[in-house]
Design a protein around this ligand. Structure first.
Ligand code: ARG
Length: 453
């Protein structure tokens, strides 16, 4: 049974049928389709389109269809073009002719947009809790890190000492923005298209506000043409997810780097490492590499949908059927990555001594300049004097703290015996005590703020 046989004398070519069919993808919206139909039946009953008996019979029938989906008993038949067709076909098997009245005033154009939005409204909280779990793992590690010092990098060159806790939390804050974006997106997803018909609206008195309320939408769409063609929410969802995946890939890349023998800052637990089929010694960070790699796939899905949307004539075009697969794939990808990342990070071993030994005193050259600034030297001059100390140490093949005081005083008489305090990395860290700095106090404040939220 097709939904549109009336004007045709020939049935659709079987290959064209296969191309047209979207059931393999959109059957994931089965429950949403049934819910939407139950609400629609009530709305057209209230508008006087269905008699009480018809409404009761349709509601009962849809209740059975929902149960069949929930228990896995629902069977599709080869003629089910998409999930909407399948639900209506099953309803008519269950209740007969009355099923034919359900679609009054409705089109699959407003129906599919409604189902898709409903699906996304349940996916957002699920994704949010997966993100929150990873965020908790990062905070737990930050708390465990205490005073552990590590080198901070810019340009992947050693820059300044930082607290490991500060580094863990840097990833927390990025994910917090992702979660905020997901929440913010909710208000643009929570707009009901149903009642827009194919494009021009419904031809009878319909209480769309009540319909929205019954389905849990915050608002109703204000323009039917826009409502059936709007897929901004899907593109935005893919962007929010891609941005999150970019954040995850950055974290993953650092774990990959820091677990190398060259860095040795972390060691992955065996449960989250993989071996090599050839090299017995290998312990590979596949989980993190896949996270890094899948970010590329997700960006591709975002780009793909945006390209599909570009230049589409108003209103519904079949191109729009391409909207669901990228959203489902993106969601599945994140839901598979996030819990694994969280557990892999919870069980990672930190090597504080390796991190500490990667700090060399040149990383305190800024502190040396700050030392001069405190003694009244303008920063530009202090920067150059500290640079001269770095050079003198390099030429003498000694560490900066090994240069005798005379060598310092030859560079500037402002240097005094207390200069050597500038080379204590923890001092350097704790001096950075402004809001957002790496000091122990500041990291504790971040954790307090996070936990108080
Ligand atoms: N399967 C279609 C989709 O996902 C449903 C809408 C079909 N509308 C139509 N006018 N053929 O977009």
């Amino acid at each position: 049974m097709t939904l549109w046989g009336g004007r045709f004398t020939q049935s659709l070519d079987s290959l064209a049928w296969a191309l047209n069919s979207s059931l393999p993808v959109d059957q994931r919206m089965a429950i949403q389709d049934v819910e939407g139909s139950i609400a629609w039946a009530a709305a057209i009953h209230n508008a006087g389109i269905l008699t009480d008996e018809e409404h009761a019979s349709i509601s009962l029938g849809l209740g059975t269809v929902r149960k069949e989906f929930a228990s896995g008993e629902f069977s599709f038949v080869p003629s089910d073009e998409d999930i909407h067709t399948a639900v209506e076909r099953r309803l008519s098997e269950l209740i007969g002719a009355a099923a034919g009245k359900l679609h009054t005033g409705r089109s699959r154009n407003d129906q599919v947009a409604t189902d898709f939005r409903l699906w996304m409204l349940q996916a957002i909280p699920e994704l949010t809790s997966a993100f929150n779990n990873l965020q908790s793992a990062l905070v737990e590690q930050a708390e465990l890190a205490g005073e552990t010092i590590m080198p901070g990098y810019t340009h992947l060159q050693r820059a300044q000492p930082i607290l490991l806790g500060h580094w863990w939390l840097s990833h927390y804050w990025a994910l917090k923005r992702d979660v905020e974006r997901l929440q913010d997106l909710t208000k643009r997803v929570s707009v009901l298209p149903l009642g827009s018909g194919a494009l021009a609206g419904a031809p009878f008195a319909l209480d769309r506000d009540a319909l929205a309320k019954s389905l849990g939408f915050a608002e109703v769409s204000q323009n039917s043409l826009d409502a059936v063609s709007d897929r901004d929410f899907a593109a935005e969802y893919l962007f929010v997810c891609s941005m999150a995946a970019i954040h995850l890939s950055k974290l993953a890349e650092q774990v990959v780097l820091y677990t190398t023998a060259e860095f040795g800052f972390f060691e992955l637990s065996d449960a989250f490492s993989t071996g090599s089929s050839l090299m017995p010694q290998k312990k590979n960070p596949d989980v993190f590499e896949l996270t890094r790699g899948k970010a590329g796939t997700l960006i591709g899905l975002l780009t793909g949908l945006m390209s599909t949307l570009k230049g589409l004539p108003s209103t519904y075009d079949k191109d729009l059927q391409e909207d669901k697969a990228p959203v489902f794939q993106t969601t599945d990808t994140l839901l598979s990555i996030l819990p694994v990342m969280a557990e892999a990070l919870r069980t990672i071993t930190v090597k504080p001594e390796r991190m500490r030994s990667a700090i060399d005193s040149t990383m305190m050259a800024t502190d040396l300049a700050d030392y001069l600034v405190e003694k009244g030297v303008p920063f530009r001059e202090a920067h150059s004097l500290a640079g001269k100390v770095v050079r003198a140490a390099g030429e003498g093949k000694v560490r900066m703290e090994e240069l005798p005081l005379e060598a310092y005083q030859a560079i500037s008489p402002v240097f005094e015996a207390d200069v050597y305090q500038a080379f204590d990395p923890l001092e350097s860290i704790n001096k950075r005590n402004t809001v957002g700095g790496t000091s122990l106090q500041s990291v504790k404040n971040q954790i307090k703020k996070i936990k108080g939220e």
